[in-house]
Design a protein around this ligand. Structure first.
Ligand code: 5GP
Length: 174
């Protein structure tokens, strides 16, 4: 069985959109310092590109999460495998996500973070698959809405493969 990757969103399209998102975030936070919380692992590529597109004083935190689920479906039960390096009380938090699918992971993380009393919590996701939403989560900054396909690349994997592709693609098997 051979695998090919069909390009869904090109490198150029991603670059242009990330630039726009960065400009929008810069304008909305004005000169307030921001904490980007990169939700590992899938968001690592998006987070570093987004950070460089934002012109604000910011720091980056990495949050390791593991979602218990059946196959490719997340269950919403999220375990923190690596926590932030510092408290976030009274700070403006921006979650950086690769994709919001069922919404369960983000809903859980937003609930958890509320107890740490940040000043604000917003969400920036590169991708959104509304067809599979199980809970409603507000995405404040969104890159692209996509159809219900399993995507890889630009940080996203299948069995740890394809994270290093510079574009978002769909695996085709024949
Ligand atoms: P949710 O809790 O919103 O269902 O799950 C979000 C997480 O599931 C994402 O952060 C990502 O790790 C994984 N995920 C959801 N859809 C896809 C997809 O199409 N491709 C890949 N590679 N991961 C996905």
């Amino acid at each position: 069985m051979s695998e090919r990757i069909h390009v869904m969103i090109s490198e150029e399209q991603i670059r242009a959109r990330v630039k726009e998102l960065g400009a929008q975030i810069t304008a909305e936070y004005k000169d307030r310092p921001l904490v980007l919380v990169c939700v590992l692992k899938g968001s690592f590529v998006f987070a570093v590109d987004l950070a460089r597109a934002i012109d604000l004083p910011l720091r980056i935190e990495f949050l390791g999460v593991r979602s218990y689920g059946e196959g490719t479906e997340s269950s919403g039960v999220v375990q923190i495998t690596q926590d932030l390096s510092r408290p976030i009380a009274s700070e403006d938090i921006l979650f950086v996500e690769d994709i919001v699918d069922t919404g369960l992971t983000l809903a859980h993380l937003k609930d958890l973070f509320r107890t740490r009393q940040p000043r604000s919590v917003k969400v920036c996701s590169l991708l959104h698959k509304p067809a599979r939403a199980r809970v409603e989560v507000n995405i404040d900054y969104l890159g692209f809405t996509i159809e219900d396909k399993f995507v890889v690349g630009y940080g996203l994997d299948v069995a740890e493969k394809y994270r290093n592709l510079p574009f978002i693609g769909v695996v085709e098997r024949d």
